[in-house]
Design a protein around this ligand. Structure first.
Ligand code: FAD
Length: 320
């Protein structure tokens, strides 16, 4: 058995994404459970510089492959990742799930003749195999798959594993020369998202509203309240579909995955597609007039009260 785990980090515009830090977290968990060697491979434009700033407690090797293209060239990423596999002898390759990983992980698995599981939310080591959990069928079901752990490519969901930013001094970087590729894809430019879109994934407190909030004015009230409480507004999909909140506020399968310390859910039923985005919250407080709503099984506290009454009470509590 090949007991080397390779976590592939794909920086974007010189930044290491949260999904990559999650992948490193998953790699560290597996290293602890298997005593395997953990190699972090940084692939991309100016990868050596990015790798030199990476503090990776617990990784055994840090290797960079510098690519020419500042954008994302899937062919170059595929060739560089397979070079890393050959160089390190890795049998298990982990990416942070995202568009760049999905542009390369299937190619790597196919060319190596290995298995591929995407959007993984749980990994458990069982002898020479790993049991992998992934949501499927629009998050209606969770699949458990048993895979060999020495010929496998995984993409892991951001927020589903503990991301552990390293501390101390960065590890020494080994640089490998990028393989030559055909260069058929050329990066033209980056197009930035709207500047007014918010990032709810960083909030420690989310006050999240569901359909019974009833309208844009009430959502605006809760937005103010959430800010006064030191948190941010989030929402379920019907609230966004109705145009009462911006899409960047949506939590769930087709929204953002969040992991706040406190998730205060005001009138949210807890459909599986919503749970997919917030089940990693440290504490869920479900405010719901139906004590048997699905969200109550994920909640530390269930508050059986009309959400509008609670909003009014909290407003006066914080002086609004
Ligand atoms: C492919 C697909 C993807 C999806 N992606 C997402 C996603 O990313 N995010 C998402 O959120 N949904 C998503 N959905 C929709 C999801 O299935 C649910 O329909 C949705 O989450 C329900 O939203 P809700 O809980 O706000 O509303 P409802 O289902 O209407 O639930 C309202 C809840 O509030 C309670 N309630 C009612 N009145 C009050 C009151 N006055 N005070 C307190 N409690 C009250 C009710 O008991 C109920 O539990 C998706 C669906 C599909 C098919």
């Amino acid at each position: 058995m090949n007991d080397v785990i390779l976590v592939v980090v794909q920086p974007r515009r010189g930044q290491i994404l949260d999904s990559a830090m999650t992948a490193i977290g998953a790699g560290l968990d597996l290293k602890r459970d298997t005593a395997a060697r953990l190699v972090i491979g940084v692939v991309g434009f100016d990868a050596t510089t990015v790798a030199a700033g990476l503090k990776t407690n617990g990784a055994d090797d840090l290797v960079a492959v510098d690519l020419q293209d500042p954008g994302f060239d899937p062919e170059a990423h595929d060739a560089a990742t397979r070079l890393l596999v050959a160089d390190t002898g890795a049998g298990l390759v982990i990416f942070g799930h995202g568009v760049d990983a999905m542009g390369v992980a299937p190619a790597v698995a196919a060319r190596q003749g290995w298995g591929l599981v995407t959007d993984v939310t749980g990994i458990q080591v069982v002898g020479g195999t790993v049991r992998v959990i992934r949501p499927s069928y629009g998050e209606q079901l969770l699949e458990e798959l048993e895979c060999p752990r020495d010929t496998l490519v995984l993409t892991v969901r951001a927020g589903a594993f503990t991301s552990r930013p390293g501390s101390g001094t960065p590890a020494q970087v080994r640089s490998l020369k990028a393989p030559t590729t055909s260069g058929r894809v050329h990066h033209v430019k980056w197009i930035d998202p709207d500047t007014d879109s918010v990032d709810i994934t960083k909030a420690q407190l989310l006050v999240s509203v569901g359909r019974p909030i009833g309208g844009a004015d009430n959502v605006a009230r809760v937005d103010k309240l959430a800010t006064a409480m030191g948190g941010m507004l989030a929402a379920s999909r019907p609230v966004v579909d109705a145009g009462w909140a911006e899409p960047s506020r949506q939590v769930g399968q087709t929204g953002r995955t969040v992991k706040p310390k406190v998730y205060l859910a005001l009138g949210i039923s807890g459909a599986i597609q919503h749970i997919a985005g917030m089940s990693g919250s440290e504490l869920v407080i479900a405010v719901n007039t139906d004590r048997s709503a699905p969200i109550t099984s994920y909640a530390g506290y269930v508050v059986d009260i009309d959400l509008h009454e609670l909003v009014t009470a909290l407003e006066s509590e914080v002086g609004l």
